[in-house]
Design a protein around this ligand. Structure first.
Ligand code: BES
Ligand code: MN
Ligand code: ZN
Length: 503
């Protein structure tokens, strides 16, 4: 799919656009948007509205041929709801309906001429970005593992956004950024959807290296020997039952000033989580191939910001391995020493995410980060708490951390990839007490998502840190089983906003 901008001015008006299909808005009270009015010299659009063939409700559509007031072959009327109160959701559903219609249309190219600036709280850039992401999301297919590929998608391949000349530059920039984000999301989805026998720690490392080559990033892959030298006893304890070698990926995009402290993104990369000796039940265990969703999302985010050449220093850190049972696997009750020196009694080998992350969080100290955000499919308890709508956001609650939390929450809202803040407090920390080590790796049944975050918190004292639990948002179960690409939209928006603030 190819996206571009058509700049409108006195010379090039809506009516003069030669295209396979032109999408314009109509409203619930049977009024026309200015673009629709420009095409309606002979009254065909008005007649269609009056006939009741389209309600004008958000997302309603009607395809017309033979609209004589313009040069377009077809005109797609798209409902936007109430003219004086078009909300974010209304414009989104109108754009989704447009994208869906275009996907099944016999035209080679089309122009979207919706009033992109009609939502009071959002701008044209937001609207254009949202359209690109919705269209690309609808077009995504994963058939890499099927012997018979699905037929190549039909429908409109070239889509232009018609905007007033004054908004053309901003819109162009938004399209470039959105395409980069969509490419990042596709990578994240692919990595998640590949089975664990393909997407191994070695495969993730190869993906990072390939990306480094393509976008000129610095990359470093540490192997077991190097991790032993770093004394990552907690991370390594998770790898004990697996024959797949662990990898520790460090990928750097240094697009900012050399003196600027980097943002570090840490992604949980368990390529399969069987639970280890604390074996998971069999039903839906296949979905634990998605337990590298954090790693996939930070790689997708890196791809997006590298493609858009974001002026910001960003470092991705990924501890990746399998969690498997075997004669050499870590046993409940085993005590390990983390890179930080703190000892951990492993009471449940299925609470492995925090064990790989804590050493990665200690490693991140060396970058003197401006902020560290870790992203992990960490707890089933987070799904119980927040369902599949919001990722769980955890930080300490001093001034710096409240600011970081608010930045992430706002980015999520802006991107339609939301998070919800959860607590970190000393009272929960007490649940991690161990009789034999500095801490246990589980805090018992109450508030499982919170105690997991509290565990991580103990390894992040030296910088400003946030934790995103994406167990409920990284993939979908059931008939539509598959990776969602979340939270790439949240993370890229967060980084874009940071880069903007730094200029
Ligand atoms: N990867 C899982 C968390 C998970 C579970 C994500 C279900 C998505 C769906 C994690 O490693 C895990 O097993 N967590 C345990 C922790 C418990 C043993 C304290 C859990 O949530 O049950
Ligand atoms: Mn687990
Ligand atoms: Zn896990």
């Amino acid at each position: 799919m190819d996206f571009s901008i058509k700049s409108l001015d006195a010379k090039t008006g809506i009516a003069s656009l030669k295209t396979g299909c032109l999408a314009v808005a109509v409203f619930e009270n049977k009024t026309l948007s200015s673009a629709a009015r420009a095409l309606d010299k002979k009254g065909e659009i008005n007649a269609a509205l009056k006939s009741g063939d389209i309600t004008g409700k958000p997302g309603s559509t009607l395809l017309l041929r033979g609209v004589t007031g313009g040069a377009a072959e077809r005109v797609l009327l798209v409902g936007l709801g109430k003219e004086d109160a078009v909300g974010e959701k209304d414009l989104l559903s109108a754009m989704q309906a447009t994208a869906r219609t275009f996907a099944a249309l016999g035209a080679a190219d089309a122009v979207v001429a919706l009033p992109f600036d009609i939502v009071k709280t959002r701008d044209t850039a937001w609207a254009v970005r949202s359209y690109v992401l919705a269209a690309r999301d609808g077009a995504y297919r994963f058939d890499a593992m099927k012997s018979k590929k699905e037929p190549a998608p039909t429908g409109v391949r070239k889509i232009a956004f018609a905007v007033p000349a004054t908004a053309a530059d901003v819109a162009k920039h938004a399209v470039t950024q959105a395409v980069a984000v969509a490419n990042g999301i596709d990578l994240t989805k692919d990595l998640g959807n590949y089975p664990a026998n393909v997407c191994t720690p070695t495969y993730l490392a190869k993906t990072a290296k390939k990306m480094a080559g393509e976008f000129k990033l610095d990359v470093e892959i540490l192997d077991r020997k190097q991790l032993q030298a770093l004394k990552m006893g907690s991370f390594l304890s998770v790898t004990n039952g697996s024959v797949e070698p662990p990898k520790f990926i460090v990928l750097k995009h240094l697009g900012g000033k050399s003196k600027d402290a980097p943002v570090v993104l840490v992604g949980k990369g368990i390529t399969f989580d069987s639970g280890g000796i604390s074996l998971k039940p069999g039903s839906a265990m296949d979905e634990m191939k998605y337990d590298m969703g954090g790693a996939a999302s930070v790689l997708g985010t890196m791809r997006a910001i590298a493609e858009m050449k974001l002026k910001l220093n960003v470092i991705v850190v990924i501890p990746t391995c399998e969690n498997m049972p075997s004669g050499s696997a870590t046993k409940p009750g085993d005590i390990v020493t983390s890179m930080s020196g703190q000892t951990i009694e492993i009471l449940n080998t299925d609470a492995e995410g925090r064990l790989v992350l804590c050493d990665a969080l200690t490693y991140a100290e060396r970058f003197k980060p401006a902020a560290v955000v870790d992203v992990a499919t960490l707890t089933g308890a987070c799904i119980t708490a927040l369902g599949h709508h919001n990722s769980g956001l955890f930080t300490r609650s001093d001034e710096a951390h409240d600011a970081l939390a608010n930045e992430l929450l706002a980015a999520g809202k802006q991107a339609g990839d939301t998070a919800w803040r959860m607590p970190i407090e000393d009272s929960y920390q007490e649940q991690l007490k161990s009789n034999f080590a500095d801490m246990a790796n589980i805090g018992g049944p109450p508030a499982g998502a919170v105690t997991a975050a509290c565990f991580l918190e103990r390894y992040t004292k030296k910088y400003t840190w946030a934790h995103l639990d994406i167990a409920g948002t990284a993939w979908k179960s059931g008939a539509a089983k598959g990776s969602t690409g979340r939270p790439v939209p949240l993370l890229t928006t967060f980084l874009i906003n940071r880069a903007q603030a730094a200029r």
